[in-house]
Unconditional design. Structure first.
Length: 118
């Protein structure tokens, strides 16, 4: 099993910044891609950003140029630096960890709330 714990959410004014962190622990052998998803009230969960073990990244169009995903493989940690936040970024942000051993399994954190006030 892999345990996934997010931190760093909170309340911020529009235009502000937040940095989310996510640590994976437990059976961490084979951890591959790590990413961030978000779910706003009444909406489906959507991909925000993902980073491969080698550092390749992909972003949702809505956050390109404002959010930056990074990771520290030695610490099994992924970060999401969020700048120029907008009220529409308000959501619960979930960390997603992919582990590849015999087959692929995906693990989720409990989520951290990000609220952007106008």
């Amino acid at each position: 099993q892999v345990q996934v714990v997010e931190s760093g959410g909170g309340l911020v004014q529009a235009g502000g910044s937040l940095r989310l962190s996510c640590v994976a622990s437990g059976s961490i052998l084979g951890i591959n891609a790590m990413g961030w998803y978000r779910q706003a009230p009444g909406k489906q969960r959507e991909l925000v950003a993902v980073i491969s073990r080698g550092g390749s990244t992909d972003y949702a169009d809505s956050v390109k140029g404002r959010f930056t995903i990074s990771r520290d493989n030695a610490k099994n940690t992924v970060y999401l630096q969020m700048n120029s936040l907008k009220p529409e970024d308000t959501a619960v942000y979930y960390c997603n960890v992919q582990r590849v051993l015999v087959g692929t399994k995906v693990y989720w954190g409990q989520g951290t709330q990000v609220t952007v006030s106008s």
